[in-house]
Design a binder for this molecule. Structure first.
Ligand SMILES: [Zn+2]
Length: 65
């Protein structure tokens, strides 16, 4: 799946704007534009967020290449 103008953090899989240089979630500076699936975390108390170790609400990629 591809969305225009976005990229995905290689470390935490957060979907961020292409203009962003540093991941707002984990501070990583490595990104990829090859990814698949969108995971929308609306609550960090949810099972899936805890399972994935996500502690900030937002959009995340399910899979990166
Ligand atoms: Zn990140």
């Amino acid at each position: 799946m591809r969305r225009k103008g976005v990229k995905v953090c290689r470390k935490c899989k957060a979907i961020v704007d292409k203009k962003v240089n540093k991941c707002p979630v984990c501070g990583s500076e490595t990104f990829t534009t090859r990814w698949e699936g969108i995971l929308i975390i609306i609550s960090t108390d949810s099972y899936i967020a805890k399972y994935l170790g996500i502690n900030m609400e937002g959009d995340y990629a399910v899979k990166i290449f």
